[in-house]
Design a protein around this ligand. Structure first.
Ligand code: BES
Ligand code: MN
Ligand code: MN
Length: 463
């Protein structure tokens, strides 16, 4: 491993420059205007994977954005690790809140990242983390240190729900056969406190449309006599949570797994400062479901959030109008054993039932996904533990995350393979927000840790 360390040292500036080049390609999956850039980002990745020494590297078209695949099979008798990640990014909006261009990466020092962080959309989620795998693989190849077989499947639609990946997995079951799936698309507690993600929330995402009159009206002539759909929608949304911030949809909590006292206690022993949390977010007080801590609210409890709401006049100055329509995008984060389809139906039925007769309501489901919890007594997990312990010089802590990667549950269902969530970001890296960044410490720590994962996983499998 000393050889690898030397190699990293010699090439570390180039690693970073290459990542910056990749970040300059605006691979926004949600917006069709960026379709060509998404393909460009896939081609960039393909080129780097080939150069690093991967075989059979291909760009696989789908109905949406392409999936990049490549492999290195050194001995069929050895275990196979499949690395999954995504090269698509969230839209950069709102643009005016970025201190530098979202696709013009720069390195700046921050309080959390005194050694510098790279600022760009996708720096942490997930191009920066995928690129650690590319460079770790390159280093293992160049130093003849690859201990097992590897496969890479990097998709371009994670941020829009991985809609075409399930079909790809079903069609390519044999090609994707592996013993474990390794994913770096999550966070650690902080740079001195390594952790391994042992759970992800599921999700259901819906768009609602509330219609009043057949057209926009003068709010003086008609106001007070015809329902205002924005007023109505606000009221409806307000009733979805009660005074104790419990979700009021009948049956919503029916299947929620009850986490044992013991597990909750362990969960709350993880290093966490509520004061630092509030200070960092510039909030006076936290908010959430009664009788649960912040760590619990963001991991083992389901949520309902409005992601955006619009309608009527939002231009300059004032326009008096009684709008015809109001809209909202609403997401619900789910925990074991909630079923996304069932929850979507419960939401839809209830939301329609609480609408007054003066409006019409339409509910359109978007993507969804099942929650996951991963074991901590498996070889897959132990290998991650040993790898992080090696490079952080500290035992990593298992922690369930509040985020979602819907495809992880599908991997288990379709491929029958469990995933290990060994991510290196920080929750404060502003993913999906303006000024997303990724610490140089984290980037290099990931590159250093990944080969240890391959090493320990192969060793543990031999036993
Ligand atoms: N990498 C994130 C998920 C994540 C972030 C997990 C931080 C744990 C910690 C992923 O790219 C993501 O943003 N997922 C979406 C879901 C998807 C269906 C749009 C999410 O969680 O909102
Ligand atoms: Mn991600
Ligand atoms: Mn994301």
């Amino acid at each position: 491993m000393q050889q690898l360390a030397n190699y990293h040292k010699e090439h570390k500036d180039r690693y970073l420059e290459e990542l910056m080049d990749w970040l300059r390609i605006p691979s926004v999956s949600a917006d069709p205007a960026f379709k060509k850039d998404v393909v460009k980002a896939a081609e960039f990745l393909k080129k780097k994977l080939v150069k690093a020494g991967l075989d059979n590297v291909s760009i696989n078209p789908t109905k949406g954005h392409p999936i990049v695949y490549g492999e290195k099979i050194i001995d069929k008798k050895l275990p196979t690790v499949l690395v999954y990640g995504h090269y698509d990014v969230q839209p950069p909006d709102p643009l005016d809140l970025w201190e530098s261009g979202p696709f013009e990466p720069v390195v700046k020092k921050t309080k959390k990242h005194p050694k510098g962080a790279i600022f760009a959309r996708g720096a942490c989620d997930d191009k920066g983390q995928v690129y650690m795998h590319v460079k770790a693989f390159e280093a293992m190849m160049k130093n003849k240190a690859l201990p097992c077989n590897v496969k890479y499947m990097i998709e371009g639609e994670e941020e829009v729900g991985s809609v075409n990946l399930e079909a790809f997995c079903k069609k390519n079951k044999k090609k994707l056969a592996c013993d474990v799936i390794l994913i770096s698309d999550t966070s650690i507690i902080d740079n001195k406190t390594p952790s391994i993600t042992t759970g992800l929330r599921g999700m259901t995402y819906v768009e609602v449309e509330v219609t009043g009159a057949n057209r926009d009206l003068h709010s003086g002539v008609y106001g007070g006599a015809v329902a205002n759909p924005i007023n109505v929608l606000s009221k409806m949304i307000a009733t979805l949570q009660d005074k104790k911030n419990k979700i009021t949809i009948p049956g919503f909590y029916d299947d929620v797994e009850v986490v044992s006292r013991k597990e909750r206690k362990a969960m709350n022993e993880a290093p966490f400062s509520i004061n630092a949390y509030k200070r960092e977010l510039k909030i006076k007080e936290v908010h959430g479901e009664d009788k649960y801590t912040t760590l619990e609210r963001t991991s083992i409890r389901p949520t309902l959030d409005v992601n955006g709401m619009w309608g009527g006049y939002i231009g300059e100055g004032a326009k008096t109008v009684l709008p015809s329509k109001a809209f909202a995008k609403i997401s619900m984060r789910l925990v074991p054993n909630q079923d996304p389809d069932k929850i979507t139906k419960l939401f839809s039925d209830y939301f329609k039932s609480i609408a007054p007769p003066s409006v019409r309501v339409k509910v359109t489901p978007h993507h969804g996904g099942h929650p996951v919890v991963t074991p901590t007594n498996s070889i897959e997990y132990k290998a991650a533990h040993l790898a992080m312990k090696e490079t952080f010089k500290k035992d990593p802590i298992p922690q369930r995350s509040g985020g979602s990667i819907p495809i992880v549950a599908l991997f288990e269902k379709v491929l029958g393979v469990k995933s290990v969530l060994m991510g290196f970001g920080l929750n404060t890296d502003d993913i999906h927000s303006p000024n997303e960044h990724y610490g140089l410490f984290n980037f290099y720590k990931g590159i250093e840790t990944i080969p240890f994962y391959f090493h320990y996983y192969t060793e543990l499998k031999k036993k």
